[in-house]
Design a protein. Structure first.
Length: 374
């Protein structure tokens, strides 16, 4: 049975497994990226699409696509898109089928999900994961896996883990004590999830365009997808850091070419950065935490505009950004610990602290990496 690490949030799914030779094998989509958008869409022929193909439909024809459904698993809510109707568990199973097509049909799974989900929701998500034949050995808040990876870079016994998805910004204060780590305190900022960052950047782009040619691109048919892709490039966790990014817009009787800079985008997102700063300062000053020596770990917020500047202004001990592989490697180590009886399977709200144990990263070309159909 294959060991599989699976991370799910309201934006993305990531997965990796260990080969029989002990190599770490990340699941890549057809674009060579490890983050599969947690989106389902209806294609032109009525077929169901997942991954980046579905994301493209979401940008072009949002009424034919469905995303941000993970927080609603187990609620009974129905999502309607195109000519389809499905509940969140069915939508999640559709995305996971993309992974199961990789012949990973029998797997022991270490599952991580955002800290805003309660135990009932995580249990329902685990059931959806198991519906295709996988067995969830452990399910835990993703902040615990992030901290397990980050603690190898810092001597601090506590850390503030910053994560973001379509549902919310999540700040988790993780404390390590007596050989275990747990989420000591949590802040869920619903008004600071990815949609808020997209809206802030969209408003800034519109204002800049109006100043340049007196046209609002948001009111011009056909430009939604162009704006959406430009905005995503600024915040995409898998993309390269940007300093400038050109934007060409064209409507009936007008056209404009802009060169957008990171300083502009940071200014547009300043209110969100202030909101995050206040919440982070509250957690960093939490008097109930035993040790004042804390580290700041950016996790999936690394690419948010201005977050690096905020982090350095906020705290001198920056754990920095972590590669997504680091989180998945820790999850795979959890399964190994359960197999060797160093840990117990189940739903974790705290996690045992182990010495660093990670599968070997295989040096191989793209053909040796597992690829998911997108």
């Amino acid at each position: 049975m294959t060991d599989l690490a699976l991370h799910l949030d309201a934006t993305r799914a990531r997965a990796a497994c260990v080969s029989p030779s002990g190599s770490y094998l990340p699941v890549l989509d057809t674009h060579g990226r490890s983050a599969m958008p947690l989106v389902v869409a209806v294609g032109l022929r009525g077929e169901l699409l997942t991954g980046r193909s579905a994301w493209d439909v979401l940008l072009e024809k949002p009424e034919s696509a469905c995303g941000a459904f993970l927080p609603h698993v187990g609620t009974g809510r129905l999502f309607r898109f195109g000519n389809r109707e499905a509940d969140p568990a069915q939508l999640l199973a559709t995305v996971l089928d993309s992974f199961r097509r990789l012949q990973v049909r029998a797997a022991s799974v270490a599952l991580t999900t955002p800290g805003y989900l309660d135990e009932a929701a995580v249990t329902e998500i685990a059931r959806a994961v198991e519906s295709g034949g996988w067995k969830v050995k452990v399910a835990a808040p993703s902040a615990l896996a992030v901290w397990a990876a980050a603690r190898q870079q810092t001597a601090a016994p506590t850390g503030l883990v910053c994560e973001c998805d379509e549902h919310a910004m999540v700040l988790s204060l993780v404390e390590e004590s007596a050989g275990r780590s747990r989420v000591k305190a949590l802040r869920v900022l619903r008004n600071a999830g990815y949609p808020a960052w997209r809206r802030a950047i969209a408003a800034g782009l519109a204002d800049t365009t109006v100043r340049s040619c007196r046209r609002d691109p948001r009111a011009t048919p056909g430009l939604d997808a162009v704006l959406g892709r430009h905005i995503s490039a600024w915040i995409d966790e898998d993309g390269p850091p940007l300093k400038t990014l050109p934007l060409s817009l064209e409507g009936t009787g007008w056209a404009v070419r802009l060169n957008i800079t990171i300083d502009q985008v940071v200014e547009w997102c300043s209110k969100l950065l202030v909101s995050m700063r206040h919440a982070a300062m509250e957690l960093l000053a939490d008097p109930s935490v035993a040790s004042p020596a804390k580290s700041l770990v950016l996790a999936s917020t690394t690419r948010l505009p201005g977050i690096d500047r905020l982090a350095h202004a906020l705290h001198e001990n920056i754990g920095g950004s972590l590669l997504p592989d680091a989180l998945l490697m820790e999850q795979l180590a959890w399964i190994g610990a359960i197999r060797s009886q160093k840990a117990t399977a189940g739903l974790w709200r705290d996690a045992p602290v182990f010495d660093p144990v990670s599968p070997t990263q295989k040096e191989a070309d793209r053909a040796d990496l597992i690829q998911a159909g997108a």
